[in-house]
Design a protein. Structure first.
Length: 184
């Protein structure tokens, strides 16, 4: 019988809670803590800074730097929310991310919008449409969530997808523009 690590390395289904993998994760986290301490502070410090600046931050929510946003005070993170490296949130209006939602690296959540009429757009005016992402959502690396989109609980958004419309609860969407996919 193959180890969970061997399955993982082969690209097969594996159990991430296996002790061998947990040991590797713990060793890597210790290394990351040392590495990131040279450039920034610990994850606990990041959480404290998030609490100081963002609209609200649930217990255990974390954003791995680098991170970019417009204002910060319009961003609300549920408990256990996780945003990986290099995420961008244009938070000119409220952006809510639910509990236990996992967001991959390079994801952009864009609440900022601009007029469609060229003359009006030339005035430099812009507006925002709130973005709400439910609980236990998984958003793959490099996805774009466009202004005004609501993502239902337990939804999955494929890597690189461009989400232009609401995503129903439990749905899987992929592509550009993102479309519903049969979960089979």
């Amino acid at each position: 019988m193959r180890s969970e690590k061997a399955k993982m390395l082969a690209g097969d289904l594996y159990d991430a809670s296996a002790p061998e993998l947990q040991a590797h994760l713990a060793a890597n986290h210790r290394w990351l803590a040392r590495y990131n301490a040279a450039l920034a502070e610990s994850a606990e410090h990041w959480h404290g800074l998030l609490q100081e600046h963002l609209g609200s931050v649930g217990e255990g929510a974390i954003i791995r730097p680098p991170f970019h946003c417009d204002y910060g005070f319009n961003i609300h993170l549920g408990a256990g929310a996780f945003l990986n490296f290099n995420c961008v949130i244009l938070d000119v209006v409220e952006v809510r991310i639910g509990e236990r939602t996992q967001i991959g690296p390079g994801v952009q959540i864009l609440a900022a919008d601009h007029p469609r009429d060229p003359a009006r757009r030339a005035t430099g005016l812009e507006f925002g449409r709130p973005v709400r992402i439910g609980s236990n959502v998984w958003i793959g690396a490099g996805a774009l969530i466009l202004p005004g989109v609501n993502v239902g609980d337990d939804a999955l958004i494929g890597a690189g997808s461009v989400v232009t419309r609401d995503v129903p609860e439990g749905a899987t969407v992929v592509g550009n523009p993102a479309r519903m996919r049969d979960p089979r």
